[in-house]
Design a protein around this ligand. Structure first.
Ligand code: PRE
Length: 308
């Protein structure tokens, strides 16, 4: 059972402050995740998520924050793709309770709104509230960026969906809160570094994240193989999601151009670096998959951090 915390840090402040890259501007949920996971860190705002990961790869930053799943949407495969394309490792995980606010310039009322801006994920999470308001939805790069835009352009016909913290930073009022479709809404972030690390909680139970791809098999065959490799060795799975539809092959003028794989994202208890049965399970999956990548072994943290 996950525990629920008002805001207890994952680790003590680092002796030397870490620089943590994230996509967005101050007040974005990714920045709140960085500050909660690495208290006392310097944060490095980046325009894109790949920019944040590149900052780690190039040594400009020590860590980057990636939102990878939410209770309302499941796995964000596009962000796992970044982990596959860059030379970084998962160093830890952090889950935030996300309670979206509707923010507007002082004096603006809901009845006067014509449009609402936010990150596309936040707009999707608040679909019912937006339907009730009957407003246009305008996607922007991050939730706090929407708040900053409204504030700098002094927009009086628009609102933003973001954290209360973003409202405080850019001087907007909260005109509604808890506007997400589901009351229980959490986002899980992975913190990546160049080398990965188990971190200060070295005695905490470990977990491992892995991506598996099969080009030809159907989902059932693939599932059975992965489940049996772990179950037969008593290794507990904490996440298993099949993403990418049916896979398929692109054929042009009778020539097979490219095979698309179906991808599975698997998290399991234990460390591939320290436990023989875990290593063997991964080896068995590797024997039948088209592609396996271990993204990192790190301290398991099942706390849901509530920053309200
Ligand atoms: O835009 C932000 O504030 C982000 O940190 C990004 C992000 C996401 O990509 O899921 C993170 C958490 C919220 O669920 C909404 C948006």
């Amino acid at each position: 059972m996950a525990s629920f915390s008002a805001c207890s840090p994952l680790e003590l402040p680092h002796k030397f402050s870490l620089k943590v890259a994230y996509q967005g501007v101050p007040g974005a949920y990714s920045e709140l995740a960085a500050r909660t996971a690495c208290p006392g860190c310097f944060t490095l705002p980046c325009r894109t998520l790949s920019g944040a990961v590149l900052a780690v790869e190039s040594g400009e930053a020590d860590r980057a924050v990636l939102p990878v799943e939410s209770t309302m949407d499941g796995t964000a495969l596009r962000n796992y793709d970044l982990l596959l394309r860059h030379d970084v490792r998962v160093a830890r995980e952090i889950t935030l309770f996300v309670r979206y606010c509707l923010l507007a310039m002082p004096g603006v009322r809901k009845a006067g709104l014509r449009r609402v801006m936010s990150h596309p994920v936040a707009l999707a999470h608040c679909g019912r509230a937006l339907d009730r308001l009957g407003v246009d939805r305008e996607p922007v790069e991050d939730t706090a960026g929407a708040v900053r835009l409204l504030s700098t352009r002094r927009m009086f016909d628009a609102a933003a969906i973001a954290s209360a913290r973003a409202g405080e930073i850019y001087g907007l009022d909260v005109i509604d809160e808890g506007v997400q479709d589901e009351a229980w809404n959490t986002t899980r972030f992975l913190i990546v570094s160049r080398d990965g690390e188990v971190g200060v909680g070295a005695r905490a139970p470990k977990k491992t994240s892995m991506v598996v791809a099969h080009a030809g098999d159907n989902a059932m065959v693939m599932l059975r193989r992965v489940l049996s490799a772990f179950a037969s060795r008593g290794v507990n799975l904490t996440k298993l999601e099949v993403v990418g539809g049916d896979g398929g092959v692109v054929v042009r003028k009778g020539r097979r151009l490219r095979a698309f794989a179906r991808v599975m994202v698997v998290d399991f208890e234990g460390s591939v670096e320290e436990e023989e049965n875990v290593r063997e399970a991964v080896k068995e999956v590797e024997g039948s998959a088209a592609f396996v990548r271990v993204l990192g072994c790190y301290a398991s943290d099942r706390t849901v951090y509530n920053l309200e």
